[in-house]
Design a protein around this ligand. Structure first.
Ligand code: HEM
Length: 179
């Protein structure tokens, strides 16, 4: 996973529980002297170990931590890549463009990024059905990113997750309900 994602996690942890907590997590779960550089790739296992470390510190399930992380990550990525995130006039427009525009732009900026496959279709004016597929199975993080995007556009969102890769499905189905 790219350094930019680790930096997003660092920002959240430092804001929520402080720099010392982040240093302790690094000491426990990353090689000595690790500094995350945005365009560089680091092992996925390291990100999962850090996220699990946060879950242990907060006594919360990993899935909750990934969702909270995803939510704050959206703001972090949108701020860092304003040129990409400012292209969309609405939440719906953004969600329908994750694969075809957002992650396509990411492919131009980062050498061979490892991205999920996300497709979205509008079911009616309040419902979008999204399919998520990735060997990383970060669907809870995807949910968080979507909540972060809804917050960005001041929209009220609830997500149903009736089909999940963690239960053996080929891809996750996320049903987005908007107010
Ligand atoms: C609601 C909108 C978005 C969703 C649902 C989403 C979903 C995800 C997910 C779940 C991952 C983790 C990788 C995986 O699952 O295999 C990911 C990776 C990533 N996304 Fe997005 N994303 C969104 C918006 C954005 C935006 C706005 C940017 C930046 C402009 C961005 C840039 C990236 C980058 C750089 C990675 C890491 C690629 C790598 O490690 O090689 N995403 N995205």
């Amino acid at each position: 996973m790219r350094g930019v994602i680790f930096r997003g996690l660092e920002e959240l942890v430092v804001e929520a529980i402080g720099m010392q907590a982040w240093d302790e997590l690094l000491e426990a779960h990353a090689p000595e002297g690790r500094v995350y550089v945005s365009p560089t790739s680091y092992p996925d296992a390291e990100l999962f170990a850090l996220a699990q470390g946060v879950a242990d510190k907060l006594n919360k399930p990993l899935t909750d931590v990934l969702a909270i992380f995803g939510q704050s990550l959206f703001g972090f990525l949108a701020e860092k890549h304003k040129g990409i995130s400012s292209k969309f006039a609405s939440f719906e427009e953004l969600v329908l463009s994750i694969d075809s525009v957002i992650h396509m732009e990411v492919k131009k900026l980062y050498d061979e990024p490892n991205l999920p496959s996300i497709s979205a279709i509008v079911k009616d004016d309040k419902t979008i059905v999204l399919e998520y597929c990735s060997n990383r199975k970060l669907c809870f993080c995807a949910e968080g990113l979507l909540y972060g995007a809804a917050q960005f556009y001041s929209r009220k969102l609830t997500i149903e997750h009736p089909q999940c890769m963690h239960s053996g499905a080929e891809h996750c189905v996320l049903i987005l309900h908007l107010d």
